[in-house]
Design a protein around this ligand. Structure first.
Ligand code: RB5
Length: 151
């Protein structure tokens, strides 16, 4: 029986590769379809080369939610947030992950692959994929994010 065929795009550099592989396996086991944007080994690479294509796909509306990783989660998040319709959140625990869906409608979860316990990371991914945006007062706040201040 087909349970959950939502497609989840995932991308990392070498610093996030091992956790990406773990999460790719867990997602597939849970019934998701995973679109793997690379990298495909622990060979050193530049994270923007792998994060840009995934962030562009989210920006274009090809996928509602995505997962990115690098060693710290910072470079991946900074790259993804260059796109106007991307709200990428760097998270370290389950509560932060739930909050960024509920309050920020984050559409990309950025994970620090060199620092997170893998089982915790899987709980965070499950939380990210199953928690809804609360809307209400948070909607007008996220709508203000793209409006740059010019004096
Ligand atoms: C790679 O060594 C590392 O700099 C990268 O994975 C990431 O942490 C950058 O923000």
């Amino acid at each position: 029986m087909e349970q959950n065929r939502q497609t989840i795009p995932i991308a990392s550099d070498h610093g996030g590769f091992e956790l990406k592989e773990f999460l790719r396996h867990k997602l597939t086991e849970a019934g998701y379809h995973v679109e793997d944007f690379g990298t495909y080994s622990t060979e050193s690479v530049d994270y923007p080369d792998f994060i840009h294509p995934l962030a562009a796909a989210i920006n274009q509306g090809r996928f509602p939610l995505g997962i990115i990783l690098c060693g710290s989660g910072n470079g991946a998040q900074m790259t993804a947030n260059k796109y106007p319709h991307v709200r990428a959140a760097l998270c370290w625990d389950v509560e932060q992950t739930a909050l960024t869906r509920m309050h920020n409608d984050a559409n990309i979860l950025s994970l620090p692959g060199r620092f997170l316990n893998f089982d915790l990371a899987w709980k965070m991914v499950q939380t990210f994929l199953t928690t809804s945006f609360e809307g209400g007062r948070h909607l007008k706040r996220i709508e203000k994010i793209p409006h740059l201040f010019t004096s």
